[in-house]
Design a protein around this ligand. Structure first.
Ligand code: C5P
Length: 216
């Protein structure tokens, strides 16, 4: 791979895009960025400082301080941080600051897999491959519940489902960079598909593009 190769993966929370992104980055030896962590880092900073999530100037400062090489998944993966992230993610200037960092990351050789909500539409509109990974809200809520239970926790299915639906609404309904498939994205519905099958389907798409690129 000579010029940086980019795989853009978008989709709603819990569709399996994170796992898919990791598998693809490992397989094709590409850098990996979960862009959700960048919005979570901003939200986490505001929560830590006890500031409201619509404090634009504090959110901008926190966004400028985000260091892509130092995103602590353990701290940032908390459910409440995800909720808060979707609130700071509606602030256009925060998005601009984070998108700039994400683009620099994507351009570093040998290329990268980035997953998020606006990768194929805004961050990397020229990505070599765009995947839109989705699943029904019920399936995503069931997966999230299983994940919580596997870590020894407990939660209520109806509450999780309501959270997921609220987050979808906020991510798809916002004015700046709403979640939607890019016109040229390949759709992968994982409602009835195991992650392994989704990985194989994605691999077939990537291999075809790589074969064409190597011939050119
Ligand atoms: O993917 P994750 O659940 O970690 O993302 C948290 C929130 O960050 C999302 O609900 C969304 O509002 C926001 N986000 C975004 N654009 C991205 C990635 C995440 O707006 N590229």
């Amino acid at each position: 791979m000579s010029t940086p190769f980019t795989i853009a993966i978008d989709g709603p929370a819990g569709a399996g895009k994170g796992t898919l992104a990791r598998r693809l980055a490992d397989h094709y030896r590409l850098n990996l960025l979960d862009t959700g962590l960048t919005y979570r880092a901003v939200a986490h900073k505001l929560l830590e400082l006890g500031l409201p999530l619509d404090n634009v100037s504090a959110a901008e400062t926190a966004a400028r301080q985000v260091d892509l090489s130092n995103l602590d998944r353990t701290v940032l993966s908390a459910h409440a941080v995800g909720e808060a992230a979707s609130k700071v993610a509606v602030i256009p200037t925060v998005r601009r600051i984070l998108v700039e960092k994400q683009r620099v990351f994507a351009k570093a050789p040998p290329g990268a897999v980035l997953d998020g909500r606006d990768i194929g539409t805004v961050v990397c509109p020229d990505a070599d491959i765009k995947l839109y990974v989705t699943a029904s809200a019920e399936v995503r809520a069931r997966r999230r519940l299983a994940e919580i239970e596997s870590m020894g926790g407990s939660a209520d299915f109806a509450t999780i489902l309501a959270d997921i639906e609220r987050r979808d609404e906020r991510d798809m309904g916002r004015a700046d960079s709403p979640l939607k498939p890019a016109a040229d994205a390949h759709l992968l519905d994982t409602s009835e598909m195991a992650i392994e099958a989704a990985f194989l389907a994605a691999m077939a798409i990537v291999d075809e593009v790589l074969a064409k690129r190597n011939k050119a």
